[in-house]
Design a protein around this ligand. Structure first.
Ligand SMILES: Nc1ncnc2c1ncn2[C@@H]1O[C@H](COP(=O)(O)OP(=O)(O)OP(=O)(O)O)[C@@H](O)[C@H]1O
Ligand SMILES: [Mg+2]
Length: 495
């Protein structure tokens, strides 16, 4: 029994002298040893210390294999800590957030914060290592930033499982809430530097259109909004039925009926980014696939005027005479417009619903066209373009939305006259909007309404004159006894 204290004392003495010798050797090494030897020594000391330490450390680096893309885990942790650290950290950095009118705070470099999860305490440190050499001249970052998470080994299972899952999930949600949405384009004519692997360039997306400001029949508007919201909330449903989480919309109708406006309203409703794909600037199918892979989820990929983009008009029925000649002329024009692009219809179909199209998920693909009948049926069949939306001339309900937007009017004695005229003539929402726009500070609501009435009356007179001319041609051809085809009548009427 006597031996125990003496053994303990001896043990402490031995340990003390070991540490002292160790520190003495370390001081000599630091003073006299070459750098390589020092690093070697440091490395093994670190390994030994880690072996005895009850704490576990996890590093999350900003750039992993792909140096040009920030790691998703790092971005999520950064967002998570931006909210959770701003209450406790002492050194914070501020960056411009959503809509450029608020600052988002996050912890500064080398700052340490504590977090708690189900009774376990963890520590986060924002750190960086500065590499001494530049691997390639064009790499901008020489600092490799990372977050280090430290926790006790007894919580290992919970922290590596539930806690990290919670951090990533919450971080992603914060990112979506704070992010500035972007409008991307694969702009033609710009020569990308060879190191820059992305082919999209972007600006902040700031279009003000919403479904509230769109002139559309109320039922139709409600149906589209419900469709979009249901899509955005159906992650589990798509997974259950084994379908990629994406949806195609075909918007068609005459110019100025709100197709482009609706795309902006869709993006604003769902808080999505917009990728405006210029097909004529895409070299071939491989480049098209590359562009697709680079798009992120929560986005709308738009191909405007799909009929003009490429020769995708499919096999149309053979027509005779002038119609056939027109057809050929159009195809030639389309070919000229599309320049050297070798994107084919099958390449585009693959883009929409090939295996690659499922990467990322939560994406809308929107085509717009003025001439839906010209498109290849394969391109717009359900399953590819799931929802076809016709945007047409302005009705009275649409007019009322515009009158409220532009003139802040819900009713006016001139509304009845406008309603009557709108039933007789076709006018696009763009034309209605233009007439309702005050042209000088002195223009009041009534002047704008009169301007619209005048435009409607002129359109009515024009339509009547055209109808009269067509009627005259028919009568002349009947008087002359000749048989005139439909095309021949249209030709004469337009003369
Ligand atoms: N349904 C609508 N509701 C509100 N404003 C509209 C609507 N349609 C058109 N406008 C107005 O007209 C302008 C032109 O509309 P937009 O560019 O959306 O038409 P479009 O259908 O895309 O035409 P195009 O076929 O020529 O591309 C818009 O800036 C908008 O102000
Ligand atoms: Mg448009």
């Amino acid at each position: 029994m006597e031996m125990v204290p003496s053994t303990m004392t001896e043990m402490w003495t031995t340990m003390g002298s070991t540490i002292a010798s160790f520190m003495f050797i370390w001081a000599i090494i630091r003073q006299y040893c070459p750098y390589e030897l020092r690093r070697y020594f440091e490395k093994y000391t670190h390994t030994i210390m880690t072996y005895f330490s009850p704490y576990v450390k996890i590093s999350i680096h900003e750039f992993t294999g792909d140096r040009l893309k920030r790691s998703e885990a790092y971005v999520a942790v950064e967002a998570y800590l931006s909210v959770n650290s701003s209450k406790t950290a002492k050194r914070l950095k501020a960056e411009m957030g959503k809509d450029s009118n608020n600052l988002v705070l996050s912890m500064d470099e080398y700052e340490k914060v504590t977090d708690e999860f189900r009774g376990a305490k963890v520590w986060w440190v924002a750190s960086k290592v500065v590499s001494a050499t530049r691997p390639m001249a064009y790499y901008p970052e020489q600092e490799k930033r990372f977050y280090r998470l430290t926790f006790h080994n007894r919580y290992r299972e919970m922290i590596t499982g539930a806690y990290l899952e919670h951090v990533v999930k919450e971080g992603k949600e914060i990112k979506v809430r704070n992010r500035q949405r972007k409008l991307y384009t694969n702009s033609p004519g710009y020569k990308w530097p060879s190191y820059k692997q992305t082919m999209w360039s972007h600006i902040v997306f700031e279009h003000p259109a919403t479904f509230g400001t769109m002139a559309l029949e109320p039922d139709k508007k409600k149906e589209i909004i419900e469709d979009l919201v249901t899509f955005s909330e159906s992650k589990e449903f798509y997974a259950r039925i084994g379908k990629a989480w994406k949806r195609g919309y075909l918007l068609y109708g005459p110019p100025g009926t709100g197709k482009s406006t609706m795309i902006a309203a869709m993006a604003n409703l769902l808080n999505y980014d917009v990728y405006d794909l210029e097909l004529t600037a895409v070299k071939d199918n491989t480049e098209l696939r590359k562009l697709l892979i680079e798009t992120t989820s929560k986005s709308i990929i738009v191909i405007e005027d799909i009929d003009c983009s490429l020769d995708l008009t499919g096999q149309r029925k053979k027509k005779g005479g002038k119609a056939m000649a027109d057809d050929e002329k159009e195809r030639k024009e389309v070919k000229e417009e599309s320049g050297n692009s070798k994107v084919t219809l099958s390449g585009l179909l693959n883009f929409i619903d090939g295996l690659w199209s499922a990467c990322g998920g939560e994406r809308l693909i929107v085509f717009t066209t003025n001439y839906v009948e010209k498109l290849d049926p394969a391109l717009i069949r359900r399953g590819r373009m799931d929802k076809h939306i016709e945007l047409s001339y302005c009705g009275f309900e649409g007019f009322k939305v515009l009158a409220k937007n532009y003139l802040n009017l819900e009713t006016h004695p001139l509304f009845d006259a406008i309603d009557g005229l709108m039933k007789e003539v076709k006018i696009t929402p763009a034309d209605v909007a233009e007439n309702l726009m005050p042209k000088s500070p002195l223009d009041d609501a009534e002047k704008c309404l009169w301007s619209l009435i005048q435009a409607l009356e002129e359109a009515k007179e024009e339509a009547e004159a055209e109808a009269a001319a067509a009627k005259k041609v028919v009568e002349q051809s009947q008087d002359g006894g000749g048989v005139c085809s439909e095309n021949c009548l249209a030709e004469k009427a337009s003369e």
